[in-house]
Every structure is written in structure tokens, then in C-alpha cells.
Design a protein around this ligand. Structure first.
Ligand code: UD1
Length: 424
């Protein structure tokens, strides 16, 4: 038997109060990687206190950067040397797939990059073919050997790249590679997530020339050098959405501040269809629910479609909703793995390929469950908040990767939750 950390939740509390968002995990990790593009000190603000930020900081240190993390003020300062190292080892990359985001900047800055092939979330195969094909189109020589991806190009050359699919990661890699390439790069069918816009804004501040920001066609005119700047991370729309669902499921009322509700339009519209009252103001919004939610159909798609990172939370909501719903997952095939855990709480979910049929139950009952990735973990915590009795969520390190101060925030809203050391 080994001692492990778990979250112990006693269901039944109505969550009421206010939470303030910090920056988005999926933005800040890439902003940290983008810092490599300029020698000197990049300062990022609104940095969330999550495990993935620590992993990325460690990766940057190994590349020769000095990284200071002021947790009180949510600031990370990165001092990038004139010549960074260009190798990202497996021990870090396997802990966090987003390590791959140093590939573009290192290739642009050092002329070569050696990146261990990533691990990360257990949510499907998650290939790198579009990253590689785009870099090759820009003149890089890329090969895979002994578990490493080696990329080399003395100076990348601008090219027109049509992505097969608007991949977030591939758009970011190619964008960060293109900003100092020779000539013009066009990325067509680019991802349009708010986190991509955030990276574009950082790059423009650093001196990059990018047209079409926020659209599916990015045009980048390469410049010779970039300079280090200070930048505020965009608020985390997925954490915001998770709190919104928490309010709806517990029939509570939560105001989410430092938010960009315009980044959550579909998700908030779905919650309104489920019966929630939603009040939107500049920079904040409130979700209130008095009755049992009604079941809602969901189809995940690239932004501005419904985010796959909120799919498990909405399945949790549908599990206690009135009626049946069909949830279609179009991005990650393994993301339904967590429904087996949800079933342990009594949820009625049937999956067939990339569809899940959820029949709402009057109630769920607490049980031990295991988080299989960050968002699955969030979905299970939400289910635990409304289940009768005690739910123990194991593998809590997944949740730590994406939710800063989660237990404190839940407690402040009235939830009965504790971080415990349990035997497994
Ligand atoms: C990012 C987010 C993740 C989110 C996802 C979709 C980070 C750290 N993670 O992941 O939370 O769920 O966007 O919004 O920002 N694919 C390929 N070949 C490629 C690239 C992608 O086949 O070269 C496939 C993947 O296997 C996956 C799909 O495309 O099935 C989506 O991937 P992508 O949009 O790149 O997501 P990530 O950047 O990995």
C-alpha cells in the first residue's frame, strides 16, 4: 500500500460566492516558450500557480534561462541568454505535452531543436504530423531518432501552409517559428483560440509582424530580431467554464471575475438552455441556478465551437439533469475514458465511438474515483459536489496541473472538500 494524495468531497453544498480567475494554463505555457525568441528579460503577469508552470520553468532553466516565479504577485520573469541550449529531455516532456511548444522558438533561435517525444494527458494519440510538415515546408530538416524529434534549419524560410485541421499546437509551433523566418509565412486554416490570440499579441509586442490575428488565416512577415517585453496572460476560459458548471450543478450562484465571458459564448448559452440565469458584465459574469438542470446536447469543435476541455464537466452536469443528452467528442478519442469513473458514482452514460448518451439521474452517490486527466478530474470533482455522501478523487496531481488553488476556492464557495493523504 502506498500513500497518495486525494480530494475528499462531501456532496450536497450549494456553492455561492465569487472567484477571480488568473491566466490561462494553455496560454501561459506557450508565452513562456515564446520568451525564448528574445534575449533578455520577459515578464509575464497573471500567471496561475499550477504544476505545469513549474514544469515549464524547469524546462526553461535547463535551456539556460533564469526563471523567477513570484507566487504572491502571480508573476514569472524569464531571463533568456544570448545562446540558449536546444534540447528538451524526456523526464520533463513526458510530464507535460506542452513542452513541445519550445520546438518552434528553439528552431528559430538556435537553428536546431532536439525535443523528446511527448507524453502528457491520456487523451488520445495527439500526433505531431502537422507541426513537422509545416516546419519542413519552411525548410527545416526533421527526423525522429531514439525517441527524440530533431529539427534543423540555419534560417527558416517563409512558406504558405494549409493545416489539415485547425490544430492549436501546430498553429503555435508554426507561428513561433515564422516570426523570425526569412520572408512571409501564411498559415491557413489556423486555430483561432483566445490563447492563440494572446500569443500573437505577445509576439507583436516583441516586434513581430502578424496580420489576421483572431482569424483562420495568419500572415507573418519575418523580422530579424525580437525584444523581451512584459505581458499579461489572458484569463482562463476553461477554469471560468468549470466554475460556471459548478454553480449550475449545485444550484448555487457564482460570480466569476477577471473573466472574458466573450470567450465562452457557446458554453454559457448551453448553460442558459439548461435553465441557468446568466448575467454578463464587462470583465465578469454570474451564473445562478435554482432548479434541476435540463439535459443539453454538446458537440465539441475547434474554437469558436464548444471546447473539448469543458466536455467532461458538461457530461457531469448532464448526469444529474432532467432528460437525456447526446455528447459528441470530435477532438480527442480517449476523452470518454472518464465516464467509467463517473459510472462509479451512479451516472448512466453509454458511449459508442465519439458519441456519449447520458441519461440524467435523480441523484449520484459518492464513491472512490480516479482522475484520468485534468478536465476529467474537474468533471469528477463537480459530480462529487452533488453526489450523496463522500467522493474521493484519486490521481489529484492531474487536477493540480490546471486548477490553481482549487480546494481553497471550493471551500470559500461553501463546498466541503479536503485534500487528504490516502492509502491506495
Ligand atoms: C490544446 C490544449 C488542449 C485542448 C486542445 C484543443 C494546450 C496545452 N492544450 O492541445 O487543452 O484540448 O488544444 O482545444 O494548449 N493533431 C494531429 N496532428 C498534429 C496536431 C494535432 O493529429 O500535428 C490532432 C490531435 O491528435 C488531436 C487534435 O488534432 O486529436 C487536436 O489537437 P490540437 O488542437 O493540436 O491540441 P493540442 O495543442 O494538443
Amino acid at each position: 500500500m502506498a500513500d497518495v494524495e486525494a480530494l475528499e468531497i462531501t456532496g450536497g453544498a450549494r456553492l455561492v460566492g465569487q472567484v477571480r480567475l488568473t491566466g490561462a494554463k494553455n496560454s501561459v505555457l506557450k508565452l513562456m516558450a515564446a520568451a525564448l525568441l528574445a534575449e533578455g528579460r520577459t515578464v509575464l503577469t497573471e500567471v496561475p500557480e499550477i504544476l505545469d508552470v513549474e514544469i515549464m520553468a524547469e524546462l526553461l532553466r535547463r535551456l539556460g534561462c533564469e526563471v523567477e516565479h513570484d507566487r504572491q504577485r502571480s508573476i514569472v520573469a524569464i531571463d533568456v541568454p544570448a545562446t540558449p541550449a536546444h534540447r528538451a529531455d524526456y523526464d520533463l516532456v513526458r510530464r507535460m505535452r506542452a513542452s513541445i511548444s519550445v520546438l518552434g522558438p528553439l528552431l528559430a533561435r538556435c537553428g536546431e531543436a532536439d525535443i523528446a517525444l511527448p507524453g502528457g494527458d491520456n487523451i488520445g494519440s495527439r500526433g505531431l504530423d502537422m507541426h513537422v510538415a509545416g516546419l519542413e515546408r519552411m525548410g527545416a530538416a526533421v527526423r525522429v531518432e531514439h525517441g527524440f524529434l530533431h529539427a534543423q534549419a540555419d534560417r527558416l524560410t517563409g512558406a504558405t501552409i494549409w493545416l489539415d485541421f485547425p490544430s492549436v499546437g501546430a498553429t503555435e509551433t508554426l507561428l513561433m517559428a515564422a516570426v523570425t523566418a526569412r520572408g512571409r509565412t501564411v498559415i491557413d486554416n489556423a486555430a483561432r483560440e483566445p490563447e492563440i490570440i494572446d500569443i500573437c499579441q505577445l509576439l507583436v509586442q516583441m516586434g513581430a509582424v502578424i496580420e489576421g490575428i483572431g482569424s483562420s488565416m495568419l500572415t507573418i512577415d519575418g523580422v530579424d530580431t525580437l525584444s523581451a517585453v512584459r505581458h499579461e496572460t489572458v484569463p482562463d476560459r476553461i477554469v471560468a467554464g468549470t466554475w460556471a458548471v459548478a454553480a449550475a450543478m449545485t444550484r448555487g450562484e457564482i460570480t466569476i471575475t477577471n473573466a472574458r465571458p466573450e470567450h465562452l459564448e457557446i458554453a454559457l448559452d448551453k448553460l442558459a438552455t439548461a435553465g441557468a440565469d446568466i448575467e454578463v458584465h464587462a470583465g465578469e459574469f454570474t451564473v445562478r441556478m435554482d432548479d434541476r438542470p435540463r439535459a443539453i446536447d454538446i458537440v465539441t469543435l475547434p474554437y469558436p465551437g464548444f471546447p473539448t476541455d469543458l466536455q467532461p464537466q458538461f457530461i457531469a452536469l448532464n448526469a444529474i439533469a432532467e432528460g437525456a443528452s447526446l455528447v459528441t467528442e470530435n477532438l480527442f478519442e480517449a476523452r470518454f475514458r472518464f465516464v467509467h469513473e463517473l459510472a462509479r458514482l451512479g451516472a448512466d452514460v453509454q458511449t459508442e465511438g465519439h458519441h456519449a448518451l447520458v441519461r440524467g439521474r435523480d441523484s449520484l452517490s459518492g464513491a472512490p474515483v480516479e482522475a484520468t486527466d485534468i478536465r476529467a478530474g474537474a468533471g469528477l470533482v463537480l459530480a462529487g459536489l452533488v453526489a450523496e455522501g463522500v467522493t474521493t478523487v484519486y490521481e489529484v496531481h492531474h487536477i493540480d496541473r490546471g486548477y490553481a488553488g482549487f480546494v481553497d476556492a471550493l471551500t470559500a464557495l461553501g463546498a466541503q472538500v479536503e485534500r487528504v493523504t490516502a492509502s491506495e
